[in-house]
Design a protein. Structure first.
Length: 572
């Protein structure tokens, strides 16, 4: 098929029945002036959604419209076209029919498309239409991320280092500068960024190199080309070079950092390598330095909790601690607090490891233990800088805790984090570190525990049929069932078929008032402190989760996944 004449194209657009004469003329003008596909032009002009246009166009052209995501395509059909052609033309071979190859495309008018595909496959070509995003996703699913780059590496046959080969014997200068490896690594990071991943894990297995992305707190395996294992050492070496690690050292864990700019977005990547049986495992944490400045209203707090937190973060002095395991959103909460109170009349200084988000107007210090700049040392010197508000990334040891408490008692407001399971546990953690209970009671103003839960995809969630016996088995409070509607995940294109998109927080907040201070001084258990807080209106993490379930934000299973049974409720 050659590119149609203007007359033929006009006839097809008219036959599609979606456009006025003026709109068709606009499409034709854009087609003459740009290299964009007809479907891209239609979407850009706002005349129709791509899937609607392609369905109408397929009917006008008397060719099939296919939903690639619903298709099972045999491997022998996928192999009819070279990987390079699939990615270059954004097409997918879907079936063979009487010696012809049916190929899905979103741009049937691309000059030379059919001739190029016929030459690449050696078969007659018949077209079908499918949206470009579906084709792009299918190419990554069926062939693997970066499959076209890997194919070029195989054809070049220049980089092929087996996992157990001694890298010191390889030509490392050529290896580091190899454009194909660089491109493949960049593709992996770019794909993760597009999928909103927070972490990338490259994990050597016996027969494969597995790549997984953590999206919304859950790991998803990424399709990769079949021969990726052959280039394991080259890929890992490239990442180590980018992060300034010792490329020849494979026996010891290493840490590094990469700074990237992708389409105007600056991304910091924290890199960690760990030797395993089948090679070095590499973990990359993606940090978007300029995208983390959110307010309290974006954290997922209910109105009452938000009001309580606003009072706490505007106090003139004291310590406010946020607790939770790694990956529970503690840093995001700290930044939200600072963003809320940041003003020209407050001097705010932070000490962090690493600096995850850059905040205008805030003095941020990067902790560097290798040269002696620890949290404790940074905090000690911050006190000589006349701060009003101090943020300490984490209280890890007695020295840091003592300085933070001294700062709070001398008129400073201090924000920090602790690794404990609930809010009340922060008290016993500080006491266990060696802080006297009366100092904890005098300095701590508030304790916040939090977890992150996945939010239901608004595009596909649906009400759940209520099975009361099942809900009771899930420990759901049946007395609250009339407060809202319970939904369940379905899965669609918007959410990658998971049924979830984005995350929000679950919270419990203890305001350290006089009754709580007396319990702290008396060295009461965390369960006793929690019970006292609940008597004064505190809701637990799980209670907050149930509220979000009834509000249609998340699911019962998600709340159970990230929270523990409230032990304080069952303790005598």
């Amino acid at each position: 098929m050659v590119a149609p004449s203007t007359t033929k194209l006009t006839g097809l657009l008219e036959k599609a029945g979606l456009f006025t004469a003026e709109q068709i003329e606009s499409i034709l003008v854009q087609n003459r002036q740009t290299d964009n596909s007809i479907s891209d032009i239609v979407v850009a002009l706002g005349y129709a959604r791509e899937n609607v246009f392609l369905k109408a166009l397929a009917e006008a052209m008397r060719i099939p419209y296919v939903q690639i995501s619903d298709m099972e395509i045999p491997q022998d059909v996928l192999q009819k076209l070279p990987t390079k052609a699939v990615f270059q033309y954004n097409v997918i071979p879907i079936s063979t029919e009487n010696g012809s190859l049916r190929v899905a495309t979103h741009d049937p008018f691309s000059p030379g498309l059919v001739d190029a595909l016929r030459l690449a496959s050696g078969m007659r070509i018949r077209l079908a239409l499918s949206p470009s995003a579906d084709l792009d996703k299918a190419a990554k699913t069926f062939y693997g991320v970066g499959a076209d780059t890997l194919e070029k590496m195989i054809q070049d046959d220049r980089i092929e280092v087996t996992p157990d080969e001694d890298l010191q014997k390889a030509d490392l200068s050529d290896l580091d500068q190899e454009a194909s490896v660089v491109k493949f690594v960049n593709q992996i990071i770019w794909e993760a960024y597009q999928d909103r991943a927070t972490d990338i894990h490259l994990e050597p297995m016996e027969e494969s190199l597995r790549i997984r992305y953590r999206i919304d707190g859950v790991l998803h395996q990424t399709p990769v080309p079949a021969h990726l294992k052959r280039f394991q050492s080259a890929i890992i070496s490239r990442i180590k070079v980018m992060s300034n690690m010792d490329i020849a050292e494979k026996r010891l864990p290493q840490d590094g950092r990469i700074s990237l700019r992708i389409r105007g977005e600056e991304i910091d990547v924290r890199v960690s390598t760990m030797p395993t049986v089948y090679g070095e495992s590499v973990s990359l944490r993606l940090l978007m330095r300029h995208s983390g400045l959110i307010g309290l209203d974006k954290l997922g707090l209910n109105a009452n909790d938000e009001a309580i937190l606003k009072k706490l973060i505007n106090k003139p002095h004291g310590i406010l601690l946020v607790t939770g395991p790694t990956g529970s959103g503690k840093s995001t909460s700290l930044y939200a607090w600072l963003h809320t109170i940041n003003s020209t009349d407050k001097r705010i200084i932070t000490t962090e490891e690493p600096i995850e988000y850059e905040m205008p107007g805030v003095n941020q210090i990067q902790v560097r233990p290798e040269i002696g700049l620890t949290f404790a040392m940074g905090l000690r010197h911050i006190l000589r800088q006349d701060p009003d508000v101090i943020m300490v990334g984490e209280i890890r040891d007695l020295e840091t805790a003592e300085i933070a408490i001294r700062a709070a008692l001398t008129g400073h407001l201090v924000f920090s984090t602790l690794h404990t399971n609930d809010a009340a546990g922060a008290v016993t953690r500080l006491v266990d570190m060696g802080i006297e209970p009366f100092l904890v009671a005098s300095s701590v103003e508030g304790l916040v525990a939090q977890r992150l839960i996945r939010k239901l995809c608004p595009s596909c969630k649906r009400p759940r049929k209520i099975d009361e016996d099942l809900l009771r088995g899930m420990e759901f409070p049946m007395e609250r069932i009339s407060e809202g509607t319970i939904y369940e995940p379905v899965g669609c294109e918007e959410c990658r078929g998971t049924g979830f998109r984005g995350r929000t927080g679950m919270y419990e907040i203890i305001v350290v008032d006089e009754p709580i201070r007396k319990l702290i001084v008396a060295r009461a258990s965390s369960a006793t402190i929690k019970q006292e807080a609940m008597r004064h209106g505190m809701h637990t993490l799980r209670d907050d989760g149930w509220t979000k379930v009834l509000d249609g934000v998340t699911t019962i299973e998600e709340v159970l996944r990230v929270s523990e049974e409230d032990e304080a409720l069952t303790e005598t």
